[in-house]
Design a protein around this ligand. Structure first.
Ligand SMILES: [Zn+2]
Length: 330
């Protein structure tokens, strides 16, 4: 008889371990302020930027600290996007703007930072090495804190799509955030690349964050005449000429281009104001279509709803204390 009792106890413990109780995920901000200096990819201008803690429900806010413009606050939200030509630019009614925010936004999304004030003394976020990795390094150096408010997410409730057969972005309901992206360029060094990634439990940092922005030699003259890519160089972009990569060190990932497009997509979609729970599929999408997707999503109340995030929304995440911190770096 004692053997039977013992067996039942073991079974009970196992079944509890295999069915974790969901735990409310709290909003996060930075533990302290941290700064960096660099040049803008398109402006070529030197800027100083700092990432600062902010109260719960603040969201991500940019604050231009230089004197230009009357009002210096610009919320990092889809409805403040004013330009999507080669980069994502947000601006306010007073004409103050900040451009090329997408790689920083991707890092904040990847780290699970809900609330931060980004102070910047110029009109373009520094490009750093062309990826999101330096911004993740800054966030990790500053540290992250849980705040006294539950984290909200935007749950996709029904399928929605923008674009056409040549380029599109769609979302369908799912239990976590994943992105499937396909690029197709004439330059043979890029050609067709496709990647699908479930962005949970550290995959943004390890699989996407280091992918750099890229450009084509044959486009450089036209871009510079248009006042773009003035700060671009082999130090902050992968440069492609036909079937050749001009960077001496080559690529960081074999399919670095599609990974960078996923990075841009994660950054642009974080302008939703909260993480998205759903499956994103994209073909040849870029900043303009990424923003169009959010405009269409928020125009249709039946396509989404706010939900409180729980650790149960993230498959594969266990509930030990050590792994809770991993959840933050999605
Ligand atoms: Zn980019």
């Amino acid at each position: 008889m004692p053997d039977v009792v013992e067996t039942r106890n073991v079974e009970t413990r196992n079944s509890v371990a295999a069915t974790p109780v969901s735990k409310v995920v709290m909003q996060k901000s930075l533990k302290s302020s941290i700064g960096c200096t660099g040049i803008g990819l398109h402006s070529g201008k030197k800027v100083t930027m700092s990432l600062n803690p902010a109260a719960p429900d603040t969201g991500i806010i940019f604050h231009r600290t230089d004197p230009e413009g009357d009002v210096h606050i610009i919320p990092a939200r889809w409805d403040y996007v004013v330009d999507t030509r080669m980069a994502t630019t947000i601006g306010n009614q007073s004409g103050a703007s900040v451009s090329t925010i997408e790689h920083l936004m991707a890092a904040l999304a990847g780290c699970g930072i809900d609330n931060a004030i980004i102070e910047i003394d110029g009109a373009e976020v520094p490009v750093m090495d062309g990826s999101a990795a330096p911004f993740i390094f800054l966030v990790e150096c500053a540290g992250m804190i849980d705040q006294n408010a539950p984290r909200k997410a935007i749950k996709i409730e029904r399928a929605i799509e923008v674009g056409d057969s040549e380029k599109f972005m769609s979302a369908t309901p799912d239990e976590s955030f994943s992105v499937a992206f396909e690029v197709d360029f004439e330059d043979t060094a890029v050609a067709r690349q496709q990647l699908s990634m479930r962005l949970v439990n550290g995959t943004f940092k390890t699989e996407i964050a280091r992918a750099r922005t890229f450009g084509f030699v044959h486009e450089v003259d036209a871009l510079r005449k248009a006042g773009l890519a003035l700060g671009g160089s082999l130090d902050n972009a992968v440069v492609i000429s036909g079937d050749t990569i001009l960077n001496g060190d080559g690529l960081r990932y074999d399919d670095e281009f599609v990974r960078h497009k996923i990075l841009d997509c994660v950054g642009d979609l974080y302008l939703a104001g909260a993480p998205i729970i759903g499956q994103i599929d994209a073909l040849r999408s870029g900043h303009a279509l990424n923003n169009q997707f959010l405009i269409s999503l928020f125009a249709d109340d039946t396509a989404w709803s706010y939900v409180e995030m729980s650790s149960a929304s993230v498959p594969g995440v266990s509930h030990s204390r050590d792994q809770e911190s991993e959840l933050a770096i999605a």
